[in-house]
Design a protein around this ligand. Structure first.
Ligand SMILES: Cc1ncc(C[n+]2csc(CCOP(=O)(O)OP(=O)(O)O)c2C)c(N)n1
Ligand SMILES: CC(=O)[C@@H](O)[C@H](O)COP(=O)(O)O
Ligand SMILES: [Mg+2]
Length: 582
């Protein structure tokens, strides 16, 4: 059978194909996805489910003149294959390679780089307004949004605007596979389920948008008919496409938890990881939270559609009535946590550090303003790696340093994670813990302590090295190198890094050269607060990440590039001592 995929590099090539060849092409694309994503890791289930939908999109609409915006963007691999990037998949999510999300730098066919969900309809609304003002209403503006992303509040803010603007036709292609990672919960999901079963008046119609569907999201001719009809309507319209996540790959279809949403390097024959996943910080958190849940009936857990990745699924199985999945809705997660805390509960909200950005006002004005006992558990804090700039959890320390009354802990190992989680849920006010996307580090016991500050090593007082969280390991390595070279250096771990505790102030006061190291912003994170606590006669160096959008790569590659390794830290301190001898 002659293969087709090598001859389909652009939407024009696709449109030139006879319709009867499209199912064959879809099959080849699925085989390609399984092969390439298994080899590199990445998003598989979502992309397997959107093959026919993306083929129909690029046959009906003329990208890039017609805009096609993908919400979240993790499901844009087929779009990339069909827009000239098939041969780049061997470098998927590598440093300098193909992004795992749309990338304006990569292609004119891509329109938004952010992987933060629920914003595509807003981009489309804005683009449609701009085209209308330019008198360029001829071209289509299409937003592809998942049923999960549709649970995010900003998507409904956009629908509210789209429905009131009949003269600005935006086409919303709703990819409804009934789940984010786990099945999508809530009234919207229930409504879509009813629409799938027996179409009636869709909520979108009550907002002023037309509704077409439900359409079989794997039937290319049906999809093309619906998309052409939507285009001819010249009005805001939702095409409700029903798809199956992981379609066409038995290991993904069999994975009832997440349909292989995101996979590590995997054996394509079995769908199982090639190397067993190591014990992670998340595992340690999940286990300890369950133990706490036994002792603390007031503890409840909240996830924003990520029970598995954040470790809350275990708590939910143990305490089903005390675990809440609010959808991809971090603002709702934190504001509802405020309501719970006002009512005598102690909520633990587990979200990725990068997604906290979206709910900063809820941290500030709904939780901290009321001094509420809510604990934020920020997983994937610091450099995450292959998911690129919108996934690095590098903004949280700088953001939380602004919040009056907020206490932030950064455990250096999983033993401290459990200790600090205990302390956090005991605290009668807002707390946060942050830990990285990495295997759980080996235990680093303290050599001593000054109050709540752990002393990790000491060979003298020339240099005081303040290690924030998992930077303890490279700091100890740097300390050993410098001590061997005759520099007297003490490494401490504050454990609670925001605000600067009284004990940390005492420890820092003794340092002639104070160096802080964090997997966060060097200029405005926890180290900046230590700088403020130092006196005029002290020299302070804050090591950390630059306030820039850092590209994709492995966590170790990117940390090394930022100088956040034992060698890098030792070099920075040596350079400071050479420039300014003590
Ligand atoms: C603000 C935000 N929160 C959480 C995530 C993590 N996340 C990535 S994909 C995903 C599920 C998306 O579900 P859906 O929109 O239905 O797309 P599907 O994978 O089902 O195609 C989530 C929660 C995110 N990208 N952005
Ligand atoms: C698209 C998205 O936001 C997540 O699926 C992201 O890929 C997180 O991946 P990890 O859970 O592997 O950190
Ligand atoms: Mg979905």
């Amino acid at each position: 059978m002659k293969t087709l995929l090598p001859y389909v590099s652009t939407p024009e090539d696709l449109r030139a194909l006879p319709a009867e060849l499209l199912p064959g092409l879809a099959g080849e694309i699925r085989a390609f996805l399984i092969d390439k994503v298994s080899a590199r890791g990445g998003h598989l289930g979502s992309n397997l489910g959107i093959v026919e939908l993306t083929i129909a999109l690029h046959r009906v609409f003329d990208s890039p003149a017609d805009v096609i915006v993908f919400d979240t963007g993790h499901q844009a691999y087929v779009h990339k294959i069909l827009t000239g990037r098939r041969d780049a998949f061997d470098a998927l999510r590598c440093r300098g390679g193909l992004s795992g999300y749309p990338s304006r730098q990569e292609s004119a066919h891509d329109h938004m780089d952010s992987s933060h969900a629920s914003t595509a309809l807003s981009y489309a609304d804005g683009m449609a307004k701009a085209r209308h003002l330019a008198g360029d209403g001829a071209r289509a503006v299409v937003a592809v949004v998942g049923d999960g992303a549709l649970t995010g509040g900003v998507a409904w803010e956009a629908l509210n605007n789209l429905g009131a603007a009949g003269h600005r036709p935006v086409i919303v292609v709703l990819n409804d596979n009934g789940r984010s990672y786990a099945p999508t919960h809530g009234g919207c999901a229930d409504h879509l389920g009813r629409m799938r079963a027996s179409p009636g008046v869709a909520v979108f119609e009550n907002l002023g948008l037309r509704y077409l569907g439900p359409v079989d999201g794997h039937d290319i001719p049906a999809l093309e008919r619906a998309m052409r009809a939507a285009r001819e309507l010249r009005a805001p319209v939702v095409i409700h496409c029903v798809t199956r996540k992981g379609r066409g790959y038995e290991p993904a279809e069999r994975d009832l938890d997440e349909h292989l949403h995101a996979i590590p390097v995997t054996d394509p024959a079995t769908g199982r990881p090639l190397t067993p996943s190591p014990k992670t910080w998340t595992h340690a958190f999940a286990e300890h939270l369950c133990a706490l849940g036994e002792r603390r009936p007031d503890l409840v857990a909240i996830t924003a559609a990520m029970p598995g990745p954040t470790g809350l699924a275990a708590f939910g199985r143990r305490f089903p009535e005390r675990m809440f999945d609010v959808g991809i809705a971090e603002q709702q997660a934190l504001a509802s946590a405020a309501g719970m805390a006002m009512s005598g509960l102690h909520p633990v909200v587990a979200i990725y550090a990068t997604f906290l950005n979206r709910a900063f006002d809820q941290v500030l004005m709904d939780i901290a303003l009321h001094r509420l006992p809510v604990t934020l558990v920020l997983d994937r804090a610091g450099i995450t790696g292959p998911d690129g700039p919108s996934h690095h959890g590098m903004w949280d320390l700088a953001a939380l340093a602004l919040v009056p009354g907020m206490r932030v802990a950064a455990p250096r190992d999983v033993v401290r994670l459990c200790e600090l989680l205990e302390e956090a849920v005991e605290h009668d006010g807002p707390t946060a813990l942050r830990f990285p996307k990495s295997p759980a580090s080996v235990e680093i016991p303290p050599a001593g302590s000054v109050g709540d500050v752990d002393v990790l090593s000491s060979s003298g007082q020339d240099v005081l090295l303040v290690a924030i969280g998992p930077m303890a390991e490279p700091c100890l390595s740097a300390g050993a190198m410098l001590s061997a070279a005759g520099v007297g250096l003490t490494v401490v771990d504050p454990r609670w890094v925001i605000p600067v505790s009284r004990d940390l102030r005492r420890v820092v006061a003794g340092g002639r050269l104070v160096v802080t190291v964090e997997d966060g912003l060097a200029a405005s994170g926890a180290g900046a607060l230590v700088r403020q606590a130092c006196g005029p006669g002290q020299r302070v160096v804050n090591l950390g990440l630059p306030c820039e959008f850092i590209g994709q790569g492995s966590r170790s590659e990117l940390l090394a590039e930022a100088g956040l390794t034992g060698q890098g830290i030792a070099y920075a301190i040596r350079k400071e001592l050479d420039r300014w001898p003590l």
